[in-house]
Design a protein around this ligand. Structure first.
Ligand SMILES: [Zn+2]
Length: 112
């Protein structure tokens, strides 16, 4: 695994947490961050990983990793980026690796 992946993982932590907290990440924001070629793969990663980062029960929002809550969306954002940064990175790394392998099979990736 090259250092290209770690750079991508770092870049995707905040957008992934944003999506988990219900904030929008626009396509141009993602493209500015990772480049046009990696934007679709990054979107897949954001969508999949964000799912594990929150729990919602009625209107009560909780942390998907440690069950802390209720939290506001902003509170969850701060909690995930401060307390669970390493866990989020690990989840992003796993999912990104999986997505890149798919792309590599299609003959389009140069990161692996
Ligand atoms: Zn937590």
């Amino acid at each position: 695994m090259g250092s290209g992946i770690e750079t991508m993982v770092e870049k995707l932590v905040v957008p992934t947490v944003k999506v988990a907290c219900g904030f929008k990440v626009e396509d141009n924001e993602l493209i500015a961050l990772v480049g046009f070629a990696m934007a679709p793969t990054s979107r897949e990663v954001l969508t999949k990983v964000s799912f594990w980062l929150f729990k919602i029960n009625g209107s009560v929002l909780k942390c998907g990793i440690c069950d802390r809550g209720p939290l506001t969306r902003k509170g969850l954002f701060l909690h995930l980026t401060r307390v669970h940064r390493e866990e989020v990175k690990a989840l992003v790394r796993d999912e990104l690796t999986r997505e890149l392998k798919k792309v590599a099979h299609a003959g389009k990736a140069d990161l692996l």
